[in-house]
Design a protein around this ligand. Structure first.
Ligand SMILES: Nc1ncnc2c1ncn2[C@@H]1O[C@H](COP(=O)(O)OP(=O)(O)OP(=O)(O)O)[C@@H](O)[C@H]1O
Ligand SMILES: [Mg+2]
Length: 361
């Protein structure tokens, strides 16, 4: 009996469909968009071939560099590069891309712009869309705000996990994870007190991010604004997408522009950076299109300033995505569809997605 070749797809469902059409005999063992995970899976299981989408951008190296490093590490694995333009059946292939794994880091160099609000809501929406297969990690270890936003102040935090971390397997994280009931979001809370933050080191962050990516696949990370923080550096290193939060405040905008510049210099691909305008107000001196002009980047979503709903949400420990029929909830779903494409949206938000952004302004 001839054995079916085991193929790992480094790309999206588009690439998967193309492989299925061209090689009906191949057995597809996984579809991953994160090249770090492709390396991990190749080291954990036997794979004959990796089909690599040429549009993927490895972190800190060229695609060619990644391929040559991968070939050295896994000489028995064949690497085939999939190029959409040269593919014969492109027109018949559905364009949908379903996220299988992703580490999304929510950041801004400016404090108080809504990083925790956005990360908690984005993660909660992803957990609803995936029926609990998403996690939120609070790496802003000085604030512990995630626990406050989700009313999870009693359970375990990252601190109890630290002594065990080097020996933990991915499912060992469950002991230190709290489940946010209404959306079944997995949450790793930050320290309860700021003085405990110094206990969390870079190695801890690295191990935790790697374990959590393997445990849940879809990972959202809240961060501190400090650009010099090693924990932030570790998170950005592990990120497959970055959500940069800005507001219409001139200082936040200027710092946002500098942050964009830094992220680009770090070699992060334009398509992996999503800028969200939080607390958007119609009467602000700088309207949406001016913000886009200034940043030279399209906004992924505009989250309106809605003090009443946000304060109610924080008071109840219930993210705004659980407040149906609000514009602010719709804007978060819209952001999710930009950042983690392919996840199912609630019906109302699918409809609103097409029109609301323009209506709001
Ligand atoms: N869209 C919004 N509309 C109204 N209020 C908002 C909105 N987004 C955030 N806020 C409020 O702004 C304040 C700051 O939000 P948040 O704590 O998420 O900021 P942050 O960037 O995480 O701050 P830090 O840098 O301290 O971690 C909070 O009081 C929050 O409720
Ligand atoms: Mg915060």
């Amino acid at each position: 009996m001839t054995q079916r070749p085991l193929v790992l797809i480094a790309g999206d469902s588009h690439c998967e469909q193309a492989v299925k059409q061209e090689r009906p005999n191949a057995k597809i063992v996984g579809v991953l968009r994160d090249l770090a995970l492709v390396e991990y899976v190749s080291s954990e299981m036997f794979v004959d071939e990796v089909v690599l989408d040429s549009r993927l951008t490895p972190r800190g190296e060229s695609l060619e560099g990644w391929i040559s490093r991968f070939k050295k590490a896994f000489p028995h694995v064949a690497v085939t590069v999939f190029r959409e333009s040269t593919h014969r059946n492109t027109a018949q292939v559905p364009a949908a891309s379903v996220i299988t794994s992703q580490t999304v880091v929510v950041w801004s160099p400016k404090g108080g712009v809504g990083k925790t609000f956005i990360s908690a809501n984005l993660a909660c929406a992803a957990a609803i869309a995936t029926q609990g297969k998403a996690a939120l990690i609070d790496l802003n270890v000085y604030s512990g705000d995630v626990a406050t936003y989700l009313d999870l102040s009693e359970g375990p935090t990252i601190i109890e996990m630290l002594p065990e971390l080097p020996r933990l397997r991915p499912d060992g994280l469950d002991r230190y994870t709290q489940i946010y009931g209404p959306s079944r979001l997995n949450v790793i809370c930050g320290p309860r007190r700021p003085e405990l933050s110094t206990l969390v080191g870079v190695e801890h962050a690295k191990q935790l991010l790697s374990l959590a990516a393997r445990r849940w696949g879809l990972l959202y990370v809240d961060t501190a604004p400090d650009i010099t923080s090693d924990l932030l550096g570790e998170a950005i290193d592990a990120a497959s997408a970055i959500v940069l939060v800005i507001t219409q405040d001139v200082c936040a905008l200027r710092q946002g522009k500098i942050a964009l510049d830094i992220l680009r210099k770090l070699g992060i691909h334009e398509s992996s950076i999503h800028v969200v305008l939080n607390r958007g107000a119609r009467d602000a001196p700088l309207p949406e299109h001016k913000v886009e002009e200034y940043l030279e980047k399209k906004l992924a979503s505009v989250v309106p300033d809605d003090r009443k709903t946000v304060e109610k949400s924080a008071f109840q420990g219930r993210p705004v995505v659980l407040f149906p029929k609000t514009e602010i909830a719709s804007s978060i779903w819209r952001l999710l569809s930009e950042v983690s494409p392919g996840l199912p949206l609630p019906d109302t938000d699918k409809r609103q997605n097409k029109t609301r952004r323009f209506r709001f302004w």
